[in-house]
Write a protein that binds this ligand. Sequence first.
Ligand SMILES: [Zn+2]
Length: 158
Amino acid sequence: MAITERMTKTTTPTYWEGEIPVRYVYTYGLAGEKFFRAIMEKGTFLATRCDACDVTFLPPKIYCDRCFEELNTFVDVGTLGHVDTFTVSFKNMDGSDKVRPRILAMVRIDGTDGGIIHYLEGISIEDVALGLPVKAIFKPKAQRKGGIEDIIGFGPAE
Ligand SMILES: [Zn+2]
């Protein structure tokens, strides 16, 4: 459909092919920067805690979304967690079959009320289960760049 054509039926989906150049800078924010810096430099996760609401946020937040209290204290919560839910991916983004299926899981980090969605590594489809204890696997320190890709995935907890 050309942009000058008149639409006569508004319930029919329409689209225009093309590109819109968009430039942006994504920032992690105060809490996100501390979170990713802890991963990069120490290989651990930081969370923030609201004692009034008894909630530990991971990823950390600088304000409690329940009572709006400012949260200034970051706590090291380690790298252990449990599989909260998971799915198995058999296809690549282009629809082709994966060489090996991959398990994507929501991992609840122990001692927090939050978690991280990431791949499970070294865990077979037959062995994955809700509640399975897992541990974060990070890239070697020299290869970390301060982003989510510093985390390779989660593997079996020792
Ligand atoms: Zn609160």
